[in-house]
Structures are given as structure tokens and as C-alpha cells.
Design a protein around this ligand. Structure first.
Ligand SMILES: Nc1ncnc2c1ncn2[C@@H]1O[C@H](COP(=O)(O)OP(=O)(O)OP(=O)(O)O)[C@@H](O)[C@H]1O
Ligand SMILES: [Mg+2]
Length: 458
């Protein structure tokens, strides 16, 4: 049988010490209890615990004061703080100083035990960490992720490391860097892979709808709620819920999400019963949440709850090694098995470019190049990148191809119309104005399945 887990309990209140000690013993854990910070440091120097459960307010050196020393003394030992209502702020601050979690007094036994379980799990992971980091060789892909840069290697190692855990994850990165791919990979390579992965975009919906989507609603909760409906947290039971664009979550809902993360239960809209949920929460944002917090738009306590495992994806321009690999993957995705290849010059051009829109922009550029290159090898001229200098590439490439392949005027016109429609975001009247055509001509073109037919004659 495995050794019993050992927990150090630090509290000046004898009643708390006794209750917590009894609880731990009842659950097969070993407890050492001390009554102040100084003694906590002293016993920690002598032996290593699997977790420390410490009060914040104590005479002498309090919980927040001993935290840094404890962390230095025993970096692999997670510290869970216990706090009264009055010191919640310092508990939140302590999370930044390295506390693993905090419990708000009074807490229920199972909440405390769950926090300890997560702490034990975390400690195991910390120990495995160094071993794993050595074991992961340089690979060019992991799950759905592609990339061989150092930054991606670190992300792969981190995802492996957390595969068995259920800790909350916060993914940050510019738009198009692959946050959603990271979230999926975390789920589908982890121990929850058999259960559902449930994504939700927090920007896409008004607050009320978002709430009932997340938590469900009971019958009659609002006009139109003819039946009750399970929320996404329940759908994700045993699996992962992916809160995309969490930075855009309306303030009242932020508070509700925080409660769910703390209590691991939800309350459907209009209902008065709570439901236990077990969903790993992975959130993503391209906003700088620190700024959002400073400007009062995002709750600091929610941030710390979510940010247990931070995954920061650097912009593509900071990891140019990944560009050729991604380009190749996108060629295969959009060009099929027998796709054209990129010439050496084309690869060089892609690698030099700034990719403000990151991998998403690269994917679009490849899709476009496949059309322009029309089956041949892709040359720099086929890559219409959106820099001032490259602005003429589309026209250049199209005319080049037209004369090379002896295109008909109709073919050429079609390509040009498609391009203009793309630029106008599909607005036919705007496109017609630019093209100097009658709007009806463009509609007729649609009916004929996209061929310009008599456009030239119109
Ligand atoms: N490392 C990667 N490996 C494979 N595909 C990637 C990678 N990074 C991004 N992609 C692809 O690029 C596109 C954009 O990725 P994704 O949607 O995950 O970005 P995002 O960070 O969520 O962007 P946004 O902030 O705009 O939502 C997708 O088609 C995705 O498949
Ligand atoms: Mg996204």
C-alpha cells in the first residue's frame, strides 16, 4: 500500500486544528498540527509534507508571511490557505505569491478534501516534470498542433505534464495563434479524452443567453423556456469545457463562473437546486487580462482561479521555424494529397513576412496561393501577402498566369470578380460599383453557379 499522504495543518484556533485533524485522519491522511507560522517553518525544515493547509490570520507571522519561505524551503509542496471573509483579498494576492489554492471559511469537508486531492495531484506532476522534460524529444507535432520551435516544444511538454490533471488552464496568445487547437489538444491527449469537449464562445451571445447556455435552465425560467435544458457545464461532465474569449465575458457572469470554479456546482437559471459538475475548465483570450483587471473589466479573483496552468502561445513571427511546417500542413489540408509544393523562394518569402494574423493568416494565404498557382509549383508571386510592397502581387500573379495558361477573358473576369467580392466581404452592390457592372449581373452569375457567362457583354 502506498504511504499515507502527510498534511501539515497550521492554525491558531484550537477548534479548527482539531476539526481539520479529525477530518484528515478520518480520510486516511496523516496530519501534523501546529499553531503558528514559526512552528510551521520549523517542522517543514525537518520533514517534507504532501501539502500544507494554513490559516492566514494568526498572531505572530501569519500565513501570507510564511508562504514565501515555505515555497523556498519546499518548492514541490503545495500550500492551501484557509481564510475568513475578511482576508479574501490577501488570499487572492497569495495565489500570485505561489499559494496553490485557498478555502473560504467556513468550508465543507468535501471542498477541503477536493482541494487537497488537487494539491496532491499537482505535487506528483511537479515531480514528474523534470523527468518528462528530458524525455520529450524535439518533435514537430503533438495532437493537432504543428510546430518545431522551442516555444512549441515547451507547450507540448506542458500539455503532457498536465494530461492527467484537472486543473484549470488559461491559454493566451494573439488572434490566430492556435489557442483553440491548444485547447483541443489538451483535451484529446489527456485523461478526459473519452468524455466530451464542449467549446463555447463567450463573445457571441448576450449575457442572459450565455448564462442559460452555460448553466442550463428549468422549464418556465423565462418566456419561451417551454422545456428545461441542460447547460454546457453538465454536457461537459467528465470532460472539458472550453470558454473561448473569456476576456469578453460580461461582469455578472464572471462572478457566477467564479462560484462554479470554487464550489464545483452550478445552478440552472430559474432553478433552486444546485447540480454537481466535474468539467475541466480551459479558457482562452487574446486580451491582456492584467490590463482588463487594472481597468476594472475583469475580476482578479477569477483570473487567479483560471490561471492555475498558464499556456502562452507566442506570435508566429517570433517562431519562424514553424512557418514552413504549418504552410506544408495547410497545403495538404486545402490542396489534398497531390498538392503543389512551395518553391524555395516562396518559403523564404513566407518566413520573412510579419504574420500579424498569425497561423490563421498563413492558412488563408496558402488557400489563396493554391487558387492562384493553379496546379504548378507555388512561386513568390502567387503569395499575395498584405504588405504595401506585396500589394500588387495578386494582379501580377493573375496576369502572369493568364498569359501563361492562355486564359479566356471569361476565366480572368471570374477570378477578378471573386477577388473583388472577397474584398467587399461578399457585398454584391459594393462589388458591382467597383467593377462598373449592374448589380443584377452579379446575382445572375450566382444563379448560373458562379460563372460570369455574359458578364463581359453586359
Ligand atoms: N500550431 C498549430 N498547428 C496547427 N494548426 C494551427 C496551429 N496554430 C494555428 N493553427 C490553425 O490556424 C487557425 C487559427 O487557429 P485558432 O482558431 O486555434 O486560433 P485562435 O488563437 O483561437 O484565434 P482567435 O483568437 O482569433 O480565436 C486554425 O485553422 C488552426 O487550425
Ligand atoms: Mg479562437
Amino acid at each position: 500500500m502506498a504511504d499515507k499522504r502527510r498534511v501539515l495543518v497550521v492554525d491558531d484556533d484550537p477548534l479548527v486544528r482539531e476539526t481539520v485533524e479529525d477530518l484528515l485522519l478520518d480520510h486516511g491522511l496523516e496530519a501534523t498540527v501546529v499553531e503558528d507560522g514559526e512552528s510551521a517553518l520549523a517542522v517543514s525544515a525537518e520533514q517534507e509534507f504532501d501539502a500544507v493547509l494554513s490559516d492566514i490570520r494568526m498572531p505572530g507571522r501569519d500565513g501570507t508571511e510564511i508562504l514565501p519561505e515555505l515555497r523556498e524551503l519546499r518548492p514541490a509542496t503545495p500550500v492551501v490557505l484557509m481564510t475568513g471573509f475578511a482576508s479574501i483579498d490577501s488570499a487572492v494576492e497569495s495565489m500570485r505569491a505561489g499559494a496553490f489554492d485557498y478555502l473560504t471559511k467556513p468550508f465543507k469537508a468535501d471542498v477541503m478534501l477536493a482541494a487537497l486531492e488537487r494539491a496532491f495531484e499537482f505535487r506528483e506532476l511537479e515531480r514528474e516534470n523534470t523527468r518528462l522534460r528530458r524525455a520529450v524529444e524535439r518533435t514537430s507535432s503533438f495532437g493537432d498542433l504543428i510546430g518545431q520551435s522551442g516555444a512549441m516544444q515547451e507547450i507540448y511538454a506542458l500539455i503532457r505534464k498536465i494530461s492527467g490533471s484537472s486543473s484549470n488552464v488559461l491559454i493566451t496568445g494573439e488572434s490566430g495563434t492556435g489557442k483553440e487547437v491548444v485547447a483541443r489538444t489538451i483535451h484529446f491527449t489527456g485523461s478526459r479524452a473519452e468524455a466530451p469537449f464542449v467549446p463555447i464562445n463567450c463573445t457571441a451571445m448576450p449575457e442572459g443567453l450565455l448564462e442559460s447556455e452555460l448553466f442550463g435552465h428549468v422549464r418556465g425560467a423565462f418566456t419561451g423556456a417551454h422545456t428545461s435544458k441542460r447547460g454546457l457545464f453538465e454536457e461537459a461532465h467528465g470532460g472539458t469545457i472550453f470558454l473561448d474569449e473569456i476576456g469578453d465575458m460580461p461582469a455578472p457572469l464572471q462572478g457566477k463562473i467564479l462560484r462554479v470554479l470554487q464550489d464545483r456546482e452550478i445552478r440552472p437559471v430559474g432553478g433552486n437546486k444546485t447540480v454537481k459538475v466535474d468539467a475541466r475548465v480551459v479558457a482562452a483570450t487574446n486580451k491582456d487580462l492584467r490590463t482588463e483587471i487594472a481597468e476594472g473589466r475583469f475580476r482578479k479573483d477569477l483570473y487567479y482561479r483560471l490561471n492555475v496552468i498558464p499556456v502562452a502561445i507566442p506570435p508566429l513571427r517570433e517562431r519562424p521555424e514553424d512557418i514552413p511546417l504549418l504552410a506544408e500542413a495547410f497545403l495538404r489540408k486545402h490542396g489534398g494529397e497531390r498538392h503543389p509544393t512551395l518553391s524555395a523562394d516562396a518559403i523564404a518569402k513566407l518566413t520573412r513576412y510579419g504574420w500579424e494574423g498569425n497561423a490563421r493568416e498563413l492558412e488563408n494565404a496558402i488557400e489563396r496561393a493554391l487558387v492562384l498557382a493553379g496546379g504548378a509549383e507555388i512561386e513568390p508571386a502567387d503569395l499575395a501577402l498584405e504588405t504595401g510592397e506585396d500589394g500588387g502581387d495578386f494582379e501580377e500573379a493573375l496576369l502572369g498566369e493568364a498569359s501563361r495558361r492562355r486564359m479566356t477573358v471569361r476565366e480572368l473576369t471570374d477570378r477578378y470578380i471573386d477577388r473583388v467580392l472577397e474584398e467587399t466581404g461578399g457585398s454584391k452592390s459594393e462589388a458591382a460599383r467597383i467593377l462598373g457592372l449592374n448589380r443584377r449581373t452579379l446575382y445572375r452569375r450566382d444563379e448560373r453557379g458562379g460563372s460570369a457567362e455574359d458578364v463581359a457583354e453586359d
